[in-house]
Structure formats: structure tokens, C-alpha cells
Write a protein that binds this ligand. Structure first.
Ligand code: RP5
Length: 184
């Protein structure tokens, strides 16, 4: 699988040590096509900004069903804690991945057809009882929220990530307050 390790720039000896031993990815980002990459970058960019190691690849529920199944079946053994799956049109990717793993799967419906993502939203969200997909909003904001949700889940058991979550939220408050000042 395509690996995309990331370590936050911490500098000095700690960085040298970490670079010698790459972090294992905790989150897998899967998309149905390479045409989804510009949107799904919103997820990987966020994970990178908070220092969550991830891997990213393409697997399609329809064009490469065996690759998609294999990815999900081996995800837990590779150390992944959850999967973010983005797909457009008849977006069955997140559901298919969820059917082959017990890891939490976060689905991101993408706008890839004349139905502007409504097709993907319904295909992703409307799962039969027993196989859940945590479905985000359509497009880039959904992709970013998938990564923010991943941070929230991982922060439950990780003090460093819990601090990242607090920083992220405080920065959001500061940004809104700055913007509010400018419109007074
Ligand atoms: C979906 O079909 C993919 O996730 C993508 O959003 C859409 C179109 O794929 P391409 O024809 O651009 O490869 O399966």
C-alpha cells in the first residue's frame, strides 16, 4: 500500500531519532479514484498539521473490489486505528471497507457527477444496521471533518493529540474573533 508517513517538525535530537524510525500510520485514507485526490488532500493536510501519521491510497469498490477488500482486511494488522474513505457517484467504498474490517470507518461523499454529491451522500450514509459508516458532509469540508474526527477519536488515548485538539479549537476561536473585529 502507498505509505505517506508524517512526523510533526519537532527538531533537534528527537527529530533525528524519529526520522531513523518512521512512525507507523494510524489512519488510512482510501479514495475511489486518483481524481478524488484534490478533495481528499483536505483530510491528509489536516492529519499532517496535527502530526498524525497516515497512509493514503486508491482502491475502488467497483473497479478493484479485491484490492478494496484486501486493504480493509489487512488494515488492523498494519496498525491502523481507523479508515477514512472518500468516493463519488455510487459511493460504496466506505461501506465495503467497513464490511471487511472491525475498525471505525469514516465516509466522505464526493461531488463527482451531475448530482453534485447527493448520490455519494446517500450511498455512503444509508448503511444497513450492523455495518456503520460515520458519514461526513459532501466534499472538502467533509474530508477535513473526517480528519478532525480522527483526531478526536485518537485524542481519547493520547495526551499529545489531546493538546493538538485543544490548540486547534483555540486557534479557531482566535480566528473567528479576529474576523469579527474586522467587520466592526
Ligand atoms: C468514483 O467515481 C470515484 O471515487 C470518483 O469520485 C468517481 C469518478 O472516478 P474517475 O472516473 O474520475 O476515475 O468511484
Amino acid at each position: 500500500w502507498n505509505k505517506c508517513f508524517y512526523r510533526k517538525d519537532i527538531g533537534g535530537k528527537a527529530l533525528a531519532k524519529k526520522l531513523a524510525k518512521p512512525s507507523k500510520p494510524l489512519v488510512g485514507i482510501v479514495m475511489g479514484s486518483d481524481s478524488d485526490l484534490p478533495t481528499m488532500r483536505a483530510a491528509s493536510d489536516f492529519l499532517q498539521s496535527v502530526g498524525i501519521p497516515y497512509e493514503m491510497t486508491v482502491a475502488s469498490a467497483h473497479r478493484t473490489p479485491e484490492r478494496a477488500a484486501e486493504y480493509a482486511k489487512t488494515a488492523s494488522a498494519r496498525g491502523l486505528k481507523m479508515i477514512i474513505a472518500g468516493a463519488g457517484m455510487a459511493a460504496h467504498l466506505a461501506g465495503v471497507l467497513a464490511s471487511h474490517t472491525d475498525l471505525p470507518v469514516i465516509g466522505v461523499p464526493l461531488d463527482a457527477s451531475s448530482l453534485q454529491g447527493m448520490d455519494a451522500l446517500l450511498a455512503t450514509v444509508q448503511m444497513p444496521p450492523g455495518i456503520p459508516v460515520a458519514t461526513m458532509g459532501i466534499g472538502k469540508s467533509g474530508a477535513k471533518n473526517a480528519a478532525v474526527l480522527a483526531l478526536r477519536i485518537l485524542a481519547l488515548n493520547d495526551h499529545t493529540l489531546a493538546k493538538e485538539l485543544v490548540n486547534f479549537r483555540e486557534n479557531m476561536v482566535r480566528e473567528v474573533e479576529e474576523k469579527a473585529k474586522r467587520i466592526q
